[in-house]
Design a protein around this ligand. Structure first.
Ligand SMILES: [Zn+2]
Length: 677
């Protein structure tokens, strides 16, 4: 159907009375009285799709701007043509202009269409709507107006009688409150010709259309577009912007999920059991088939997981479509922002309050579709909701079923999010433990081999618990008894553990010696816990794991601001993991140095220096260290170093640091940038 554009301005018209008003529709229209221009165009095209196989939408562009990555068009005219069954004279007057919700068209399950309030929304962006139509069916309703119409019809055009084949292309003007015929524009049609052309003219000022958004929204009509008999053409005319010159005529494709490695997928029908596999927990959950839905829901939902760097991904254009009889009650991109594309459906499912739903919104996409008259009847309010009222049970059944699917998808996504964060944090912890252990133990497998640990009684409670006394295990050659004694004490007889203990527990034999397996100090462990004071970053002490094993334990404060800042709440990047590791090393070594200084009565700086020195020796070895040191000292002098690092000497603190700089230990050098990192 290729009708020429009509020149309507000067045509005499014949008034056909006020549009019929239905109280319910009027109320709904009042609620929806300022729909977006995109919503109006969708309405226009959905009505055109109703029973057509070809739809052509033409945007006649007046001017355009380019902002935020989209072309914003100001239209001069909007024309929507379809090859559907057309409207008889009566249908135009009553259905098109009257929008009766109980008309047959709107009760047909195969036809998308809405409840009919839609045509009125045309007038929210255009003062006048010119409708051109003919049907392949018998003429209907023309007899009533034939006398008045005949006088202004083009010469030689005959009006069919009601019941005869419809043989005219009829032109009408539709406005908010009234309609009229435009007889001078009526032309001959072949009896089997049919179709409708709706042209929005006198576009209201301020009407703008985001081309890219319109294109995307139109592509959501998946069910209609996927039918191989259907074609939808979007074309631009007039002042087409440069950037869209290649898009003057687009054959629309149905929306499809992007190509991704999906974390989890739910694809199937509501009348069959649906297994959903969670790759994180490695478990499969079966969503039971629903017996409450009168028609099966067909669906394909997918959730995206981590990328190759291990980070949770977002989709660029997530979309969740619920197609009820080809209509979309929950528009997927109302705001043009990511989460707005999927939130409406998730809200319908009652998931909007789930924690973390914001991020989930941008990781999920897919569609569900159902052709059910019950649901269609429940589709009210200009298709923005599945309202309660007639069909409530059906709506509830749909909500319940889809919720049971999304519950599993959301959990799988949540598990993946958590696991990726926990794994990154665990890796950071493991790496930090290795370094802290190197620093703590230095060159010794047993840091207390030198015997510098003595049992002491703390003078007051502010002192940390002293390190465990080094103990030796002794064995009796006579009775095979084994016992532990302080390393500084050498027993003389069986079972003697201190100078004052007698022989009452032993056999009295002096045939004793050191046992083979001695108590040992385990590797340092870092535990993330909530310490009492959020300002304490970490604490350190030895803990006896069993009689033979003492474990150095650093407790890093989970509630410390820095820990929380580094750990963050979302998924953890490789960079964040490195920073967290370094933080764990730093606070652990400070805590150990503090502990050592207090229990040994030494200086904190020296203990910290020792720890970093140990760590560096274990990382790069003494030769590398010495060569680095001599290179450094060749090029500089302690005084220059000091000035460069901390400025000119200023009192006691600086002279203390200067002393540290003279000592051949890398106090602060090489901690963050040691060669292996
Ligand atoms: Zn003995």
């Amino acid at each position: 159907m290729n009708r020429k554009g009509t020149s309507v301005s000067a045509s005499p018209s014949f008034h056909l009375g006020d549009n019929p008003v239905n109280a319910y529709q009027a109320r709904i229209y009042a609620q929806e009285s300022s729909p977006s221009s995109v919503a109006v165009i969708l309405e226009l095209t959905e009505n055109a799709r109703d029973n057509a196989t070809e739809v052509t939408l033409t945007l006649d562009v007046d001017s355009s701007t380019y902002k935020d990555g989209t072309h914003v068009l100001v239209p001069k005219r909007l024309i929507c043509e379809d090859n559907g069954t057309g409207l008889t004279h009566s249908e135009f007057l009553n259905s098109f202009c009257g929008a009766f919700s109980d008309s047959d068209v709107h009760r047909d399950v195969d036809r998308a269409g809405r409840n009919g309030v839609g045509t009125k929304t045309y007038t929210s962006i255009a003062d006048r709507v010119i409708v051109l139509t003919t049907t392949g069916r018998p003429s209907e309703g023309l007899d009533e107006h034939s006398t008045q119409l005949s006088s202004t019809l083009p010469k030689g055009l005959e009006l069919p009688k009601d019941g005869d084949a419809d043989s005219v292309w009829r032109a009408y003007e539709f406005r908010l409150h009234s309609r009229s015929a435009l007889p001078p524009l009526w032309t001959k049609a072949s009896p089997m010709e049919m179709g409708t052309r709706v042209e929005l003219v006198d576009i209201r000022e301020g009407t703008e259309i985001s081309f890219e958004m319109l294109l995307e929204r139109l592509s959501y009509a998946r069910e209609w577009l996927q039918n191989s008999a259907h074609t939808f053409v979007l074309q631009l005319s007039g002042s087409v912007p440069q950037g869209l010159s290649g898009s003057r005529r687009i054959n629309l494709r149905p929306w499809a999920p992007p190509v991704k490695n999906w974390l989890v997928e739910a694809k199937g029908r509501s009348d069959q059991n649906l297994p959903i596999f969670d790759p994180t927990s490695k478990e499969s959950e079966v969503v039971a088939a629903s017996s409450r839905l009168s028609e099966a829901v067909e669906f394909d939902f997918r959730v995206v997981g981590r990328n190759n760097e291990g980070q949770m991904q977002n989709l660029d254009k997530p979309a969740l479509l619920l197609e009820v009889c080809g209509a979309l009650p929950y528009a997927p991109n109302l705001e043009g922002v990511q989460s707005a594309r999927t939130l409406p459906l998730l809200t319908f499912l009652g998931l909007e309050h789930a924690s973390s739903i914001g991020a989930f919104c941008n990781a999920v996409c897919g569609y569900a579709r159902v052709n059910s008259l019950g649901l269609k009847n429940a589709l009210r309010n200009n298709k923005t909701t599945l309202a309660s009222g007639p069909g409530t049970a059906e709506v509830e059944a749909l909500r319940e079923y889809l919720h049971s699917v999304f519950r599993v998808l959301h959990r799988a996504w949540y598990n993946a999010t958590r696991s990726s964060q926990d794994e990154a944090a665990k890796d950071a912890l493991r790496e930090a433990e290795v370094e802290v252990n190197l620093a703590l133990k230095g060159v010794n497998r047993n840091p207390f081999k030198s015997g510098d640990i003595t049992r002491g009684i703390p003078k007051d409670k502010t002192h940390p618990v002293p390190p465990p006394a080094r103990r030796h295990r002794w064995e009796c050659g006579e009775c095979e008894r084994r016992w532990l004694a302080d390393a500084t004490f050498v027993p003389a007889v069986c079972a003697q553990s201190s100078p004052i203990s007698g022989i009452d527990e032993g056999c009295g034999s002096s045939n004793i010696g050191l046992a083979k397996n001695q108590p040992r100090v385990g590797d340092c462990r870092i535990r993330i816990e909530q310490l009492g004071d959020a300002k304490i970053p970490a604490s350190f002490q030895f803990e006896r794991e069993d009689i033979d094993l003492d474990v150095p334990v650093v407790r890093v404060n989970l509630a410390s601001p820095r820990y929380i800042e580094l750990r963050g709440s979302g998924s953890m990047s490789g960079q964040a993991q490195k920073r967290l590791k370094q933080y764990l090393v730093d606070v652990a070594l400070v805590a150990i140095a503090e502990y050592n200084a207090e229990t040994r009565g030494t200086s904190f700086s020296q203990e910290l220096g020792d720890l970093y020195y140990n760590r560096m020796l274990r990382f790069v070895g003494i030769k590398e260290y010495e060569s680095q040191l001599s290179k450094l000292l060749e090029n500089t002098t302690p005084a220059v170093e000091q000035t460069e690092l901390i400025g000119p000497p200023r009192g006691a603190v600086n002279s203390c640091v200067a002393n540290l700089l003279k000592c051949p230990r890398p106090i602060f050098l090489g901690t963050r940038d040691s060669p292996r990192q």
